[in-house]
Design a protein around this ligand. Structure first.
Ligand code: 5GP
Ligand code: ZN
Length: 113
């Protein structure tokens, strides 16, 4: 089955990549919802947060730390930012390859619409 984020991870489709690690890639979202909108994905295909296993705990932690590092690098650590992981339909998930959104550069309302 084709997966757009596997294509990004494996270099089959172009993306504005910010950082690549052994098991992760960070790149800019194609349809930014904030002045800065980054996605962090595992290279391995995991469809949703429901499919994450206990053994993946370190991987998920690394996703959060990489997003934090990029937010710091881009100067948003003090002003703040939002990390979001959407799950399935009601969560607003549209790409079924796990990803962490990092949004910054504007005030983000709560609760989300
Ligand atoms: P979701 O709604 O599943 O949480 O988020 C999927 C995100 O992936 C959306 O924000 C969407 O703009 C982004 N996206 C979808 N296709 C592509 C693509 O081909 N390249 C990039 N860079 N982002 C994409
Ligand atoms: Zn995938």
């Amino acid at each position: 089955m084709s997966c757009i984020f596997c294509d990004v991870a494996e270099g089959r489709t172009s993306a504005r990549i910010i950082r690549e690690a052994d098991d992760l890639v960070a790149f800019y979202d194609i349809n930014a919802q904030a002045p800065v909108h980054i996605l962090v994905i595992p290279k391995r295909h995991i469809p949703t947060i429901n499919d994450v296993k206990a053994d993946d705990a370190v991987l998920i932690g690394k996703m959060v730390l990489l997003a934090r590092e990029i937010m710091e690098e881009q100067g948003y650590d003090r002003k703040g930012y939002r990390l979001v992981m959407n799950c399935n339909n009601d969560g607003g998930q549209t790409v079924y390859h796990l990803h962490l959104h990092a949004l910054a550069g504007r005030w983000m309302s709560w609760p989300p619409g």
